[in-house]
Design a protein around this ligand. Sequence first.
Ligand SMILES: [Cu+2]
Length: 231
Amino acid sequence: MEAGGDIFHMLFDEWNFWAAIVMIIVLIWMFHHSLKYRSKDGKSRAESCDDFKPGVFPKENDNLKMELTWTIVPFILIVYLTYIAWGPLDEMWSADPDAHEIGVTANQWFWDFDCMADDEQDNATLGQQNVAYNTDGEVICEISTIDVEGETKPLLRVKAQQSYAFIMTSNDVTHAPFFLDWGIKEDTQPGMETRLHHTPSLDEVGSSLLMCTEYCGKQHSTMSAVVEVFE
Ligand SMILES: [Cu+2]
């Protein structure tokens, strides 16, 4: 299974499926009980409550089997949903030694990318690399800019089916790049390195947005970039 997108979408569908099942059971239960236990003779509850004594638990209404059921069944469901939710975390935090590393530095309020090319592969000078090649000489990372509704935004181009590790940090406050179409995000912290892993699939060929999803100041909402996957 591919990292990122697919696994997140499957997880989303499965959570929605179980949420729908739980909702249906709760709604049927609620309407059934509202109708079945309705006061029939028009009396108020206080009048119709048979022998109700304040402060005394009505033991005759107790039902251990039912209490155990509504404790144990949801517990099993929650444990199961928690377990399957670990899958994507494992994918995006995995350490693929063959992944091509891309630097991501967050600033108020823009993104800096770095293709981190090997010096042997291209003779670019030290510092930020705007392009990187694989051993076959194909471009696997390219950085430029793009006009988005009149504003210049960074454009990061990456190759489908190539494994990437994003090595991330921040120059000022906490930010959180969210690769919208890939469904992955992670905080960036000043003075700390965080990582994200993703292998774009052929289904992800095309452009999508990267947005900051940790409020970082007045221009937080404009802190975006375009990520393009090419074949
Ligand atoms: Cu931000």
